[in-house]
Design a protein around this ligand. Structure first.
Ligand code: C2E
Ligand code: CA
Ligand code: CA
Ligand code: CA
Length: 279
């Protein structure tokens, strides 16, 4: 017995070791990724239920590391968060996304709004409203063309301070969405405290729609709550026609997912142009 346990312990620590080593490797490569131009933004269309048009795209980080190959955001975002590299990376994402919107506009694409993910550290830093203002000025895009996506954990870290910043940002005319709704806790308190315009229902609920009756109860309750508070609702991770039909019938305003399009490189977005709302 002792022998077996010893083996398992050995296996366990070896496993921890591999993960710890990978984390450190990712972190040390990530430190240079920005300066070396290894990060990119891809854009995923968000489709309006009412008319099937695209008015917003979400900017999502992609990292092709010469040393590690493609690293998924699911892996490198947590590393970036813990090392606080996310502040510089998030700042770059904000500026790059706004520049991209400006570029699309300059090349004659219908006006589009971009949704940019913002981390808890960016909100905690206290300079987010200033940064947003600077970027809007530099790129010359309309504040209405920018939306920030915040998670509950971002709002939770220091909610008084966070609420003031969100308020300042929304006063500029930039909209703020609560991302991954339903996966955190105390969600309901944030809904009234923060100047939000939108809720994004997490993919896990969309995924469960046809299998788990509880998912559809949560989706319906979310929509009721959002309607009462005057918030728009986007559902993410829509992969099937069945999910699309259920979410549309439930009253979602917009849908996002592989059923419509995966996140694509900026140049590929032009191919989806016929789906964009006319200017
Ligand atoms: P998120 O903000 O919830 O973004 C949605 C994720 O779902 C994206 O994963 C997207 O590619 C994926 N997705 C979209 N449609 C579908 C679908 O139909 N099915 C499935 N299975 N997945 C779908 P991605 O690009 O891997 O990003 C993962 C997470 O990394 C994001 O989740 C977000 O939390 C974080 N992230 C990405 N870019 C940024 C960024 O610029 N800043 C910050 N702070 N976080 C970011
Ligand atoms: Ca998001
Ligand atoms: Ca999300
Ligand atoms: Ca999510």
């Amino acid at each position: 017995i002792r022998h077996g346990l010893g083996n398992r312990l050995h296996f366990f620590t070896a496993g921890m070791d591999t993960r710890a080593r990978r984390w450190i490797e990712v972190e040390s490569e990530l430190r240079h990724a920005l300066a070396r131009g290894e990060l990119q933004l891809y854009y995923q269309p968000i489709v309006c239920v009412r008319d099937g048009r695209v008015r917003t795209v979400e900017a999502l980080l992609r990292w092709n590391s010469p040393a590690l190959g493609w690293v998924s955001p699911a892996e490198f975002i947590p590393v970036a968060e813990e090392s606080e590299l996310i502040v510089a990376i998030g700042d770059w994402a904000l500026e790059t996304a706004c520049r991209q919107v400006r570029h699309w506009q300059d090349t004659g694409l219908p006006a589009v709004r971009v949704a940019v993910n913002v981390s808890a550290h960016q909100l905690a830093g206290g300079r987010l409203p200033e940064r947003v203002r600077e970027v809007l000025e530099r790129t010359g895009i309309d504040p209405g063309q920018l939306e920030l996506e915040l998670t509950e954990s971002a709002m939770m870290s220091d909610s008084e301070h966070g609420a003031r910043q969100v308020e300042a940002i929304s006063r500029m005319g930039v909209s703020v969405a609560l991302d991954d709704f339903g996966t955190g806790y105390s969600s309901l308190a944030y809904l009234s405290r923060f100047a939000l315009t939108k809720l994004k229902i997490d993919r896990s609920f969309v995924d469960g729609l046809s299998r788990d009756p509880k998912s559809s109860i949560i989706v319906d309750a979310t929509l009721g709550l959002a309607r009462g508070l005057g918030l728009r609702v986007v559902a993410e991770g829509v992969e099937t026609e069945e999910q699309r039909a259920l979410l549309a019938a439930a009253g979602c305003d917009a849908l996002q997912g592989y059923l419509f399009s995966p996140p694509v490189a900026p140049a590929a977005l032009g191919a989806l142009i016929d789906r964009f709302a006319p200017a």
